[in-house]
Design a protein around this ligand. Structure first.
Ligand code: NAI
Length: 395
C-alpha cells in the first residue's frame, strides 16, 4: 500500500510504519547515547505506545536495561486501514528490545477495565514476579467505569465563564479568535472521571493487593500546569480539575505504599506535540511559540529528552527534588521567566501574516506529522509499504 496522511479534524487516520519506526529508533538512539541510568529493573508502563509513555518505556529499557510491560489501546492494520501509530511504534520498540536481549511484552486493550488490569497482573506474576516502577501515562477522551459501567466523556472547556483567545489551524496557518463556552457541572465531573486519579489508584490498589509491587516500588503519573495564556482552558478548566484530582491521588497512593517503602509522584512535564495535546484549542499556538523561544535559547526538549531527565535527574537521582506541593517539575525550563516573558511579548503580536516569522509553526506541523510516521526525510512516501505488522509479543 502507498500510505499518505489523511485527516479527520486534528486526528490523522493513517500511519506510516517506516516513518514510525524511524522516529522510535531516533528516541532509542538518543537514550543509548546518554549515560546509563542506575534505575528500575522491572517496569510497567500504562499508556506505553505514544508520547510520554512510549518515551518512558524507551528510557527504562534502553537507559536502565529494564524489562518492560506496556499497556495501550491501539489498532492493528485491517483491510485498507493502516494500523495506528502506537501499534507501529510498539512493533519497532519490541524488535529493538529483543535485539538487545531486553524483555518487552505488551497488552493491547482498555486499561480502565478490570480485565486488562487482571491480564497485566497475571503477566507480571508469570514473567517478572514483581515490578519496581509503574508509569501511568494515559490520555483518553472516554472511560467506561469498571464498577458501574457508566461511560464518561472528557471535555476541554473553561469553568465559570466563556474564554476567548487566539488559536491556530496548523494545517493552513490561519489564526482566528475562538470562544469556548464554560463546562457544565456534569462535564467537569466526567472529565475528572476520565483524566483524574481514580483509575491510577485502582491500578495501584490492584497491583499491591496482588503482591506484584516490589519493596521500594515507585509510581509516577504525568500532569501539566502551563502559563497564564492557557490557564483558563487548561489549568483552571475542566482538564485542570482532573489534574488536581490526579495530584491529590498521588498523596493517597503514597500513604498506601508506605508498607512497601514505596513512593508515588506526579511529574509536571513540558508542553509538547502529542496526539493528546493537539486536541486542545489554543495550546498548539502556544507550543509553536514555546518551541521557537526554547530552541533559540537552547533549552528545547522533546518527549525523550524530558523522560531521560525524569529518570536520571529526578526519580533515580540520590534525591528527588519536588516543589512545595510534592510534585516533580520537568517544566522548569518551560516556565523560566526569560522563556515566558518572550512568549507573552510575541503572543500579543501574532497574526496569520507573521505566524511563520514569530513562531515555530513549521516545527509544530512537522512534529505533528511525525507522530503518525510522516515527514521523515529518509522515508520514500511514494513507495509501496507492507502495512500489516505484528507486535512480537501480541499473537
Ligand atoms: P498520547 O496521546 O501520546 O498517549 C496516550 C497513551 O494512552 C497511548 O499509549 C494510548 O494508547 C493510551 N491510551 C489511551 N486510552 C487508553 C485506554 N483506554 N486503555 C489503554 N491505553 C490507552 O498522550 P501524552 O501527551 O503522552 O499524554 C500522556 C500523559 O502526559 C497525560 O496524562 C497528559 O495529560 C500528560 N502530559 C502531556 C503533556 C503534553 O504536552 N503532551 C504535558 C504534560 C503532561
Amino acid at each position: 500500500m502507498i500510505v499518505k496522511p489523511k485527516f479527520r479534524g486534528f486526528i490523522c487516520t493513517t500511519a506510516h510504519p517506516e516513518g514510525c519506526a524511524t522516529k522510535v529508533q531516533e528516541q532509542i538512539n538518543y537514550v543509548k547515547a546518554q549515560n546509563k541510568i542506575e534505575g528500575p529493573k522491572k517496569v510497567l508502563v500504562i499508556g506505553a505506545s505514544t508520547g510520554y509513555g512510549l518515551a518512558s518505556r524507551i528510557t527504562a529499557s534502553f537507559g536502565a536495561g529494564a524489562s518492560t510491560i506496556g499497556v495501550f489501546f491501539e489498532r492493528p492494520a485491517s483491510g485498507k486501514r493502516t494500523a495506528t501509530a502506537g501499534w507501529y511504534n510498539t512493533v519497532t520498540f519490541e524488535e529493538a528490545a529483543a535485539q538487545e536481549g531486553l524483555y518487552a511484552k505488551s497488552i493491547n486493550g482498555d486499561a480502565f477495565s478490570d480485565e486488562i488490569k487482571q491480564q497485566t497482573i497475571d503477566l507480571i506474576k508469570q514473567d517478572l514476579g514483581q515490578v519496581d516502577l509503574v508509569v501511568y501515562s494515559l490520555a483518553s477522551p472516554v472511560r467506561v467505569h469498571p464498577k458501574t459501567g457508566e461511560k464518561f466523556n472528557s471535555v476541554i472547556k473553561p469553568i465559570g465563564e466563556a474564554f476567548s483567545n487566539k488559536t491556530v489551524d496548523f494545517h493552513n496557518g490561519e489564526i482566528s479568535e475562538i470562544t469556548i463556552n464554560p463546562a457544565t457541572e456534569e462535564e467537569i465531573q466526567h472529565t475528572i472521571a476520565v483524566m483524574g486519579g481514580e483509575d491510577w489508584h485502582f491500578w495501584m490498589q490492584a497491583l499491591q493487593e496482588a503482591g506484584v509491587l516490589a519493596k521500594g516500588a515507585k509510581t509516577v503519573a504525568y500532569s501539566y500546569i502551563g502559563p497564564k495564556v492557557t490557564q483558563p482552558i487548561y489549568r483552571d478548566g475542566t482538564i485542570g480539575k482532573a489534574k488536581n484530582d490526579l495530584e491529590q491521588t498521588a498523596k493517597t497512593i503514597q500513604a498506601e505504599l508506605k508498607s512497601l517503602d514505596g513512593s508515588a509522584y506526579v511529574s509536571i512535564n513540558k508542553a509538547l506535540v502529542t496526539q493528546a495535546s493537539s486536541a486542545i484549542p489554543i495550546v498548539p499556538l502556544y507550543i509553536s511559540l514555546l518551541y521557537r523561544v526554547m530552541k533559540e535559547q537552547n533549552l528545547h526538549e522533546g518527549c525523550i529528552e524530558q523522560m531521560y531527565r525524569l529518570f536520571d535527574d529526578r526519580l533515580y537521582a540520590a534525591e528527588t527534588p519536588v516543589d512545595e506541593e510534592g510534585r516533580i517539575r520537568l517544566d522548569d525550563w518551560e516556565m523560566k521567566a526569560e522563556v515566558q516573558d518572550q512568549i507573552s511579548k510575541l503572543w500579543s503580536q501574532l497574526t496569520t501574516e507573521n505566524l511563520s516569522d514569530l513562531s515555530d509553526i513549521e516545527g509544530y506541523r512537522k512534529e505533528f506529522f511525525q507522530l503518525f510516521g510522516f515527514d521523515q526525510s529518509e522515508v520514500d512516501y511514494d513507495a509501496e509499504v507492507d502495512v500489516v505488522k505484528s507486535i512480537p509479543s501480541i499473537v
